[in-house]
Design a protein around this ligand. Structure first.
Ligand code: APR
Length: 255
């Protein structure tokens, strides 16, 4: 209604410390599949228990390595979209902006964002499953030997271990520094833009809850927004690439 729109404009103008939390929806318009969208979601087409757990990797490293290399190739072939670019532009609005993402793609970085906090790791930083040593990825993955399986490379330090994707799997701890940064920013921000996340995976999903409890204004940018309730909350129903450029333009407008 008018009141909420007027209040929203006032709230946006007054914001000084902005936290942006993104999920798979921000990369959807770059052609990268989300996880839980009906039909197109990765978990509607692949079994996370066979691909996104430590047990899965230890049981069949070639299946898991091949699948993540397939996803990495998709990211290499994709381009940042208007939402990634708008979020990068937000940093020039004279506000303190923190960007926390659940995504493992590097589209925020390729759109110009810096200091991106990756709660669930990154496809670009594989490491040895045994000793943790980093691994340099070839730009182009070799052709699938068969059906998507690809041999997981041996550890660079020759420790006898296999290289795994640098992403956080179900049941694994998130990188503690990233999580602490995200929670601190959630408690300190006066505006949270939650973009393209279903908000069902914890502890990342605590970020909007902390911000709401701390009195921040929380905006959900999502075609199917889910309100948490109990605070200063707005749902901007629409896609990230449609909504964010206009929203950031409003934030950057001189008063
Ligand atoms: N613009 C904005 N939001 C969109 C768009 C779009 N173009 N398309 C879809 N969405 C929304 C969907 O409505 C949904 O709410 O993006 C959200 C995507 O939700 P998920 O697929 O669950 O992705 P995400 O929330 O990032 O998942 C969290 O789950 O599997 C784990 O580690 C994985 O980081 C991931 C985590």
């Amino acid at each position: 209604g008018w009141q909420s729109d007027h209040m929203l404009a006032t709230t946006l103008r007054a914001s000084q410390r902005v936290l942006v939390l993104t999920g798979a929806g921000v990369s959807a318009e770059s052609g990268i599949a989300t996880f839980r969208d009906a039909l197109t979601g990765l978990w509607a087409n692949f079994d996370p228990a066979r691909l996104a757990t430590v047990e899965a990797f230890e049981h069949d490293p070639a299946l898991v390595w091949g699948w993540y290399e397939w996803r990495r190739m998709q990211v290499l072939a994709a381009q940042p979209n208007a939402a990634h670019r708008a979020i990068a532009d937000l940093a020039a609005s004279g506000r303190e902006v923190t960007l926390v993402t659940q995504n493992v793609d590097d589209l925020h970085e390729r759109a110009g964002s810096i200091g991106v906090v990756h709660l669930h790791g990154s496809l670009q930083q594989p490491r040895c499953h045994a000793c943790g040593a980093g691994h340099q990825l070839p730009e182009q993955a070799p052709r699938e030997p068969d059906g998507g399986r690809r041999l997981a490379p041996p550890c660079c330090e020759n420790c006898g271990g296999k290289v795994r994707p640098g992403v956080v799997w179900f049941g694994e701890a998130l990188p503690s520094a990233a999580l602490e940064t995200a929670f601190a920013a959630a408690a300190d921000c006066d505006l949270l833009l939650s973009v393209g996340t279903s908000g069902v995976v914890y502890p990342a999903a605590q970020v909007p809850e902390i911000a709401l409890r701390a009195g921040a204004a929380v905006l959900h940018i999502n075609p199917q927004p889910q309100l948490l309730g109990g605070g200063r909350e707005w749902a901007l129903a629409g896609t990230a690439a449609e909504v964010l450029p206009a929203l950031v333009a409003q934030l950057r407008a001189k008063y």
